[in-house]
Design a protein around this ligand. Structure first.
Ligand SMILES: Nc1ncnc2c1ncn2[C@@H]1O[C@H](COP(=O)(O)OP(=O)(O)OP(=O)(O)O)[C@@H](O)[C@H]1O
Ligand SMILES: [Mg+2]
Length: 107
């Protein structure tokens, strides 16, 4: 398979607010992809759904050929999917490099 991540028709609705509307994306191996959009477009929701912090209402997230449905964030992380957060928090008792390690996707 040439894609490392497949997002297939992901939907997420918050009490009537449609944050993800049939969102699909294939991320090829070794590629760098940017997600852009205005405030409230659904970017953070997308990252939350990819990393298991939120469950999509419908749709599939396939990472390295594996369906992430129902997996908790720490299990998804163990598969190699890592993220940073929109409101960055540094851990002051570890080094700058260790803070940075594993930070790939930013929301
Ligand atoms: N936990 C939540 N409960 C209710 N509504 C939410 C929740 N999270 C996001 N939303 C709504 O979903 C929509 C998408 O929000 P999201 O935070 O994903 O946008 P964003 O593209 O990351 O915006 P920004 O550029 O401001 O970070 C917005 O209308 C937001 O208010
Ligand atoms: Mg955001």
């Amino acid at each position: 398979m040439n894609s490392v991540l497949n997002i297939i028709n992901a939907n997420k609705n918050f009490d009537g607010t449609i944050a993800l509307d049939d969102f699909s994306l294939d991320v090829p191996k070794s590629s760098i992809i940017g997600i852009i959009g205005p405030n409230g477009a659904g970017k953070t929701t997308l990252f939350n759904v990819i990393t298991g912090f939120l469950t999509p209402d419908s749709g599939k997230i396939i990472y390295s050929g594996r369906d992430l449905n129902g997996l908790s964030p720490y299990r998804i992380t163990r598969l190699g999917m890592v993220r940073t957060f929109q409101q960055l928090r540094l851990i002051t008792r570890i080094s700058v490099l260790d803070n940075r390690r594993g930070s790939v996707a930013s929301t």
